[in-house]
Design a protein around this ligand. Structure first.
Ligand code: NAD
Length: 484
């Protein structure tokens, strides 16, 4: 029997005991405790472990989404004003690709990995079992509500876990469609989803999980980390922050402007890896501004507030926050707003300074400040003196400048001469560092995020070298030969 098979049998054998004891305690629990316990029992049954089960449920997830595409795209339009094209390109399409990647590689990912055994442990076999974390909690934000819930969930399924999902209340239409879809497609003992605000979040975080996967702001990330600390629960935190774009004087300015504008104003700037601000060499700033303006007009016309392709701000609170960020800023282009529709036209702010309110928090909206730098060294010093960003982008034709930036600065991930697209490659890990997060996912890393690498050394019974046992007298020379 293979290792996975052994693991399943062991789990089934202990189920009868744990099921009885856990069922006895369920009694008058909250819905969250009850679901947590039911999922624990189900996980211990071993049902979620086999390749067939995981595969079947990855397919079930994809099918449930396919059957509800229209509802999902409508909900995204209601919550964020995303056009069906944008909804598909940045949410559904990405989830399908991730599920497809996991389906294709699942068998190989689940296989134990062989590892070398040191000569001192002759004769044994070493290998790593990729065991599921267990019962996991996934909490997601509102900006890409579908993608940031379903991509981690696909990883949890591929990893052989049970999962409780808690989407954001702000994206209420999409969250409600997702909860409905998950409830119809899966039994709650395997995958459950809850609606709710602060009380629900707090109650869920009070439960004991085998792993928490959280996507959201650094501030709430701290709360989640503290809650996880109570049980030393492993956490993946996918957070945010201010992601800079560095542009030197050698950059191809029209192309740079197009590649920045394209992703900065996607989802009205409400993207965790959107360029937050630009650090540009002074000599190129006038042509950069001209090119940015012309790109904005190409994408959204000269009256962006009337464009169907400009998404809206998620709610009144964020709309007013963004308007507030413009109060002490020098807006030289755009920045007009329509309060009824919660739309803000793409704005360029120049010159911006770190004293402006806009530079003191993650913008998360269609406002683009530009700061002057003397050269690459100043850009490096500036970025270094702030929190480690989730993403960083450098536009340059000078290899030396690119090398310097990539080797001197710590950040989650990024692009050379482009923005945001690093997250579309399943082979690239996606995650932050320090204030912008811990851990990563996508593709193989999603499987790794939701599994634990259990190290096993399987020792032969045929040979038992006496050198390792006391008395040690006269054995040091041999030990020194073996352990050099
Ligand atoms: P948020 O931190 O306010 O909320 C995220 C989730 O946490 C939501 O489900 C919310 O209901 C829950 N939550 C809110 N307050 C809570 C509390 N006190 N206790 C427990 N749970 C709580 O983030 P948001 O406003 O939904 O999203 C925007 C932030 O998320 C930005 O900082 C952005 O950069 C970041 N983000 C990061 C990524 C990434 O992949 N790294 C992706 C999208 C968004």
């Amino acid at each position: 029997m293979n290792y996975v098979g052994n693991f399943i049998l062991t789990h089934s054998a202990i189920l009868s005991f744990t099921e009885k004891s856990l069922c006895a305690t369920i009694g008058a629990m909250s819905i969250y405790s009850e679901t947590n316990q039911k999922q624990r029992i189900y996980f211990n049954s071993g049902d979620t472990l086999s390749y067939d089960f995981r595969m079947k449920n990855l397919k079930a997830l994809k099918e449930a989404l396919k059957n509800n595409e229209e509802r999902i795209l409508n909900a995204l339009q209601l919550d964020l004003g995303k056009s069906p094209f944008e909804g598909y390109a940045t949410e559904l399409g990405i989830v399908y690709e991730e599920i497809g990647w996991l389906e294709k590689h699942l068998r190989k990912l689940m296989r134990p990995t062989r590892a070398k055994t040191p000569i001192t442990q002759f004769y044994s076999r070493s290998y790593i079992l990729h065991e599921p974390m267990g019962t996991v909690l996934i909490m997601s934000p509102w900006n890409y509500p579908l993608q940031l819930t379903m991509v981690p969930l696909a990883g949890a399924i591929a990893g052989g876990n049970t999962a409780v999902v808690k989407p954001s209340r702000y994206s209420k239409n999409t969250s409600s469609v997702m909860i409905d879809i998950l409830k119809s497609a899966f039994h709650e003992k395997y995958i459950a989803a809850f609606d709710g605000g602060h009380e629900t979040n707090t109650a869920l975080l009070a439960e004991r999980w085998d792993m928490i996967f959280f996507t959201g702001s650094p501030n709430v990330g701290r709360i989640v980390h503290q809650a996880a600390n109570e049980h030393l629960t492993p956490c993946i935190l996918e957070l945010g922050g201010k992601s800079p774009v560095i542009i030197d004087s050698s950059a191809d300015i029209p192309l740079t402007a197009r590649r920045i504008a394209w992703r900065k104003f996607l989802n009205a700037g409400q993207t965790c890896v959107a360029p937050d601000y630009i650090l540009a060499e002074k000599s190129i700033i006038p042509s950069l501004i001209d090119s940015l303006e012309s790109e904005i007009e190409k994408m959204f016309s000269s009256n962006p507030l009337s464009s169907e392709d400009l998404p809206k701000i998620i709610n009144e609170k964020h709309f007013q926050r963004l308007r507030g960020l413009m109060e002490d800023a020098n807006v030289i282009y755009g920045g007009k707003s329509n309060e009824n529709e919660r739309r803000i036209s793409p704005a360029i702010i120049y010159p911006a300074s770190w004293n402006n309110r806009i530079m003191q928090e993650e913008i998360f909206g269609p406002l683009l400040p530009i700061l002057e730098i003397e050269g690459i060294d100043e850009a490096i010093e500036t970025v270094r003196s702030h929190e480690k960003p989730l993403a960083l982008y450098i536009f340059s034709r000078k290899k030396e400048n690119i090398r310097k930036v990539l080797s001197s600065l710590s950040f989650g991930g990024g692009c050379v001469n482009d923005t945001v697209v690093h997250l579309t490659a399943p082979e690239l890990p996606f995650g932050g560092i320090g204030n912008s997060g811990m851990g990563c996912y996508h593709g193989r890393r999603s499987f790794e995020a939701f599994t634990h690498d259990k190290a096993i050394m399987d020792k032969s019974l045929l040979l038992d070298l006496p050198v390792r046992y006391a008395p040690f007298k006269g054995k040091l020379r041999l030990l020194k030969m073996l352990m050099r």
